[in-house]
Each structure stands twice: as C-alpha cells, then as structure tokens.
Design a binder for this molecule. Structure first.
Ligand code: G1P
Length: 288
C-alpha cells in the first residue's frame, strides 16, 4: 500500500476563531512562529508524504502562497544579509508539492474529501489530515496510522479518548479492540448527544483512506448539521470491507479552540531555548 498524497481540507469559514479569522485563513494563524497548517504539512512529510492536496476556497490563497517562493522577500533578505531568515522561508517553499482544488460550496468534510476524488482515485490509499488538529509526539500521528494501514491492508482512522462531556464535539466510534490500541470499527456517530455516545473514543483529524471511500461518499445523504459527513461514509466502509481505528499516541491541540490554541503557542515557545527562560519569567506573575 503506497501512500504519497495527503488531502488537507482548508475551505472552512473558521467561525470559531472570529474575529481573528475575518480576513485571515484560520490555518494561517500562527502557532508560535509558524502558521498552524505548516505543522500539519511537516507531520505529513515526516511520514513520507510528497504531495499535499489542499481543498480550498477563494479566500485561502495565502495558504498556497506560504508553501511557494516569495522572490521579492528573498531578494530583500539576501541584500540585507539575513541568511537565516532567507533559508527558513526557502525551506518552506521547497518542502512539498502543492495541488489545489476549489471546494466551491462548503458542504461538509465528506464533501471536501469527495472533491479530491479525481486526484487520488488511482492511488492505493491516501491520507486525510484536518488542518485544525495539531499533533505532536514521538512518532508523527499520521505515520502511526500508515503503519497499521500498510500491515493490515485496510483503511485506518485516528482516535483518542476524550472526557464524557466533550463527546458531542466529535465523531465517536465503537468496536472491538483486536490488539492493544487497535480497534475493528463497528459503529460511528457524528457528534452524538452525551447520553447517546457509544464510547468516549473520538475521531481526531487523521485518516488513511482507500479510493473505496468515494463509493460511500457518493451514496450518503446530508447528516449532522445538514452536511455531507465523512463519518457517515466511514460507517459504510466499516460495514462493507472493514475499517480500523488506532489510538494515536501523542499530544493533540485543537487550533479552533482558544484555550488549546493558546496552550499550543506556549508549548512551542517553551521548546525554544532562547525564549524559554524569559517566557517563564513573564508568565509566572500572570498565573498569580
Ligand atoms: C470533524 C469530523 C469529526 C472529527 C473532528 C476532529 O469535525 O467530522 O468526526 O471528530 O473533525 O477534529 P469538525 O471539527 O470539522 O466539525
């Protein structure tokens, strides 16, 4: 099972992050010194992925521009001898190949994935990563899924246990644990009510799918919130050929949640040796 491409849907409105995202794509909000989407792309690269397929809209060109050269800025940095900054921005331009697809109407995550059909349908499998979900750990989250997909030859989704009072924010799964941390998925429900969730295992934004998913996506009707839900198509996949879920090891931040977004910023800033001491000194009095 070769996996070369990742589909990253970025056409959402970012309403949870307004007013910050009125004119800036939510994926471009910085997490410490990089836009959030760069962490997602870097995670994909660390897992051996070469092509990024952005499912985008008319207001999101800043994302594609970020992964392209900016010759004017390069010239300015070159002339002023700012070698380090120059290398950093060139490296971003060269990290990955970009394919952009317009999602002309925002009809849901399932619809966004369906927009990628013509680009990935001849691949053995492809990854899907949600731009809001930032993951860090010893092994890149998406790689943990790819390893299982390749050994079991089945599509795999990433899950994490969440507190009971948060289940209604996620797609929730249930199934049998076939080996430690790996589940044969039986049931999936998109954003269930707290008292109706089949478990506390929440889908987080990492998936390894096969082109078979398009058959299911084309069959389903709008689900939760009137949107074409990827979770509903995955139910078709689970009932037909099978679907696995892997408990991802590592930390996850939902960049659309202010508390998690700000924690992610502090977490990354603290990793920077030059900043750490000063930051801790300034934060301490704020914490009272
Ligand atoms: C989407 C999926 C949901 C999943 C979540 C993870 O929801 O539909 O199943 O749990 O991503 O971030 P969204 O957050 O786009 O509403």
């Amino acid at each position: 099972m070769n996996i070369h491409k990742v589909v990253i849907p970025v056409a959402g409105w970012g309403t949870r992050s307004l007013p910050a995202t009125k004119n800036i794509p939510k994926e471009m909000l910085p997490v410490y010194n990089k836009p959030g989407v760069q962490y997602v792309v870097e995670e994909a690269i660390q897992a051996g992925i070469e092509d990024v397929v952005f499912i985008t809209n008319r207001d999101k060109s800043a994302i594609e521009d970020h992964f392209d050269y900016n010759l004017q800025l390069e010239m300015v940095l070159e002339r002023s001898g700012k070698e380090e900054a120059l290398a950093a921005i060139r490296q971003v331009a060269e990290m990955v190949r970009i394919i952009s697809i317009r999602q002309k109407r925002q009809l849901g995550l399932g619809h966004a994935v369906l927009c990628a059909k013509d680009v990935v349908r001849y691949d053995d499998a492809f990854a899907v990563m949600v731009g809001d979900d930032l993951m860090f750990g010893m092994s890149p989250g998406i790689r943990q899924l790819i390893e299982v997909a390749q050994s079991e030859r089945l599509p795999v989704i990433g899950v994490m246990e969440v507190p009971q009072d948060r289940v209604s924010r996620y797609g929730i799964i249930s199934g049998e644990e076939i080996s430690p941390g790996i589940y044969q998925v039986r049931k999936l429900v998109e954003k269930p009510r707290v008292d109706q969730a089949p478990s506390r295992l929440a889908i987080i934004g990492r998936y390894v799918l096969t082109p078979e998913i398009f058959v299911h996506l084309e069959k389903i009707s709008p689900g939760h919130g009137g949107e074409i839900q990827l979770t509903d198509a995955l139910q078709g996949q689970a009932s037909a050929r099978g679907l696995l879920a892997v408990k991802i090891r590592g930390m996850r931040f939902d960049a659309g949640d202010w508390a998690e977004y700000l924690t992610a910023n502090i977490y990354f800033a603290l990793q920077d040796e030059e900043l750490r001491e000063d930051l801790v000194r300034r934060l301490k009095p704020l914490l009272g």
